[in-house]
Design a protein around this ligand. Structure first.
Ligand SMILES: NC(=O)c1ccc[n+]([C@@H]2O[C@H](COP(=O)([O-])OP(=O)(O)OC[C@H]3O[C@@H](n4cnc5c(N)ncnc54)[C@H](OP(=O)(O)O)[C@@H]3O)[C@@H](O)[C@H]2O)c1
Length: 271
């Protein structure tokens, strides 16, 4: 796939997977619009991109994906000032890891608002343009969207929802020539992972060790290759692929026995 001149919108573009995907896409010749809430970080990233190469076409705008009015306004402004998207990658997302009883209502609601409603809002504001351009929409879920993870009562719930949402969109939007993709990595070395360290239970650590950790460079490369190959489900890394198939093939009671046993070992051995 030739990315030259392709307009890509990347939410969560100021950090982690979104930032690295934007960087790699710009290197391939794409035009990139970046979105995140924090304006200062976003402007700094856009400025750094402009300095990196001769004529990078970069645009940035502060936007909160959980607020529909803001998303509608900012996407329309971006279409006017930078051009309509050919590809949209929704990387904006937040984590939350702790025992269920320590995740209060406000924290739970915030995860759902950003990860679930955010996916809906970004899709709703961009699909009309993607229809016109026969473009691609990428939603970022997680392996925690197909495997229930101890300590992820909010996060896994939100990512299971994103998986369901993407399945439905794929179904509905295929007839308009829109390619929908769902990116499901296990751990990726980003600031989000760093933040988790403060509250991660030992049981969660033990379970997550199965998936391994990908560098952000490899994760973004797999995401972009998945788009190029027109894949719906993009599961990067051999270990995460094994987890995906294990969850589908191993009967539920046996799977849950293994998961409970791993959590118990994690609790006694310290993760
Ligand atoms: N890292 C992992 O291990 C991992 C594994 C599987 C899946 N994922 C998923 O990958 C995505 C990216 O994660 P990451 O690890 O790259 O995280 P990250 O480094 O923390 O970056 C998150 C990005 O999302 C933006 N963001 C957060 N809330 C937002 C909102 N309401 N509106 C707009 N932008 C918002 C952040 O900027 P502001 O805070 O300034 O808004 C930042 O740019 C998330 O959906 C995450 O769940 C990550």
């Amino acid at each position: 796939m030739d990315w030259k001149g392709i307009t890509v919108y990347v939410t969560g573009g100021s950090s982690g997977i979104g930032l690295e995907s934007a960087k790699q896409l710009l290197d391939k010749g794409a035009r990139v619009a970046l979105f995140a809430r924090g304006e200062q970080a976003l402007t700094a990233v856009a400025e750094a991109f402009r300095l990196r190469s001769d004529q990078p076409e970069v645009f940035s705008l502060s936007m909160d994906v959980s607020q529909w009015n803001d998303v509608e306004l900012k996407i329309n402004e971006t279409v006017d000032r930078f051009g309509a998207p050919d590809v949209v990658v929704n990387c904006a997302g937040v984590g939350a890891v702790d025992h269920f009883e320590k995740i209060d209502a406000a924290a739970f609601d915030q995860v759902m608002a950003i990860n679930v409603s955010g996916s809906r809002n970004v899709a709703a504001a961009t699909v009309p343009w993607l229809k016109k351009n026969k473009g691609a929409l990428v939603l970022v879920a997680s392996s925690a969207g197909f495997i229930p993870v101890f300590g992820y009562s909010a996060y896994s719930t939100s990512k299971f929802a994103v998986m369901g949402f993407a399945e439905v969109l794929r179904y509905e939007l295929a007839r308009f020539g829109i390619q929908v993709s769902l990116f499901c990595p296990s751990e990726v070395d980003t600031p989000l992972l760093e933040k988790e360290k403060a509250t991660i239970p030992k049981e969660t650590r033990a379970l997550k060790n199965f998936g391994g950790v990908l560098s952000v460079e490899v994760a973004a490369d797999k995401l972009i290759k998945g788009i190029e190959q027109g894949r719906f489900l993009i599961v990067p890394g051999v270990r995460t692929k094994i987890l995906y198939w294990m969850r589908r093939i191993v009967p539920g009671p046996l799977y849950r026995f293994g998961a409970d046993f791993t959590a118990m070992l994690g609790a006694t051995r310290g993760g």
